[in-house]
Design a protein around this ligand. Structure first.
Ligand code: AHR
Length: 309
């Protein structure tokens, strides 16, 4: 009889273990762009599909909000923490607190700079250096290495702004006929892209040939300013950007944007696969990059019907 009771208790405990859903805290940057909205949707929908309890915190564009959210996840004893860091630096103290609490951290979307690699388990997202390089190489092919460029940067201090700027500039520097005339931040926002473009038009008049925007939202904002100034994008100005959201691919098909390099935000499934492995104590590759494509007049229209974001 006693062994039967023991067996039932063991089975009940095992059942409880199997049934216990994972609890994950996710500190998102905010809602600055259509890309971000698609990324949040992917993270929320996939958590629901897998029965994961997701504690979602919107950082509203401020690192201090994200840090506060991570401390709160630690206090709640979540199984894992996922952070999409707004900026690259300033994460060590809160990551140390998570490590001390024994909670694994996965960095997603944007890379960070820390002196101690053991502070997070792994990174999953796009290779922003590669994106900047792809945009610049496309521009060299398209222009034959000639033209004056205005750059719309993303959020200062963020990995995508830093890397997309650096890699693009490195390629451009090899072509003396291409010059970056000016570079200002529109904070990855459509309104920011429009405002900065208006200011740049005032400063430079029509004396430029190319606009390189670090994301599609800023490019779409800049398009409005360019058209309001009486210029025809695609003819008077080459606009190129990064993300490949549906609206930008449509603009490529319409000839208003000349090229957009993909930065795929739909990696919720990949993040939770990693969470499950890390929580189970399995070893995972430290840097996991998504594969991204480039869209221009040769392939934009064909991809539109199946575009998910
Ligand atoms: O970190 C990815 C970048 O952040 C995307 O390019 C941009 O649209 C977003 O806001």
């Amino acid at each position: 009889m006693r062994s039967l009771v023991t067996l039932l208790l063991v089975l009940a405990a095992a059942g409880a273990l199997v049934a216990k859903p994972l609890t994950v805290g996710f500190a998102q940057t905010g809602a600055e762009s259509a890309w971000r909205t698609a990324n949040t949707t992917s993270m929320k929908a996939e958590a629901e599909r897998r029965g994961i309890v997701l504690k979602f915190a919107d950082g509203q564009g401020r690192q201090e909000n994200q840090i506060r959210a991570v401390h709160s996840f630690i206090a709640q004893g979540v199984d894992a923490i996922v952070i999409a860091p707004i900026v690259e630096t300033g994460w060590e103290p809160v990551l140390r607190a998570a490590k001390q609490a024994g909670i694994p951290v996965i960095i997603t979307d944007r890379t960070i700079k820390v002196s101690d690699d053991s502070l997070y388990a792994c990174f999953v997202g796009s290779d922003f250096l590669q994106e900047g390089r792809m945009a610049a190489e496309w521009l060299v092919r398209r222009t034959g290495g000639k033209g004056r460029i205005l750059e719309l940067q993303g959020t200062p201090g963020s990995a995508p702004a830093n890397d997309r700027r650096k890699a693009f500039a490195e390629v451009i520097a090899q072509h003396p006929g291409l010059t970056i005339l000016d570079s200002q931040s529109g904070d990855f926002r459509r309104s920011g892209g429009k405002e900065v473009m208006e200011a740049l038009l005032k400063k430079h008049g029509h004396n430029f040939d190319i606009v390189y925007a670090h994301n599609d939202d800023m490019a779409l904002g800049a398009l409005q300013a360019i058209e309001e100034a009486g210029l025809k994008p695609g003819k008077d100005v080459i606009v190129l950007s990064i993300d490949a959201i549906r609206e930008a691919i449509q603009a490529v098909a319409d000839g208003r944007i000349s090229c957009t390099v993909e930065c795929n935000p739909l990696f919720g499934p990949k993040v939770y696969d990693l969470v499950a492995k890390v929580v189970a104590g399995q070893k995972v590759a430290r840097m996991q990059y998504n594969r991204d494509e480039l869209f221009d007049s040769t392939n934009a229209a064909a991809v539109l019907p199946s575009r998910q974001y």
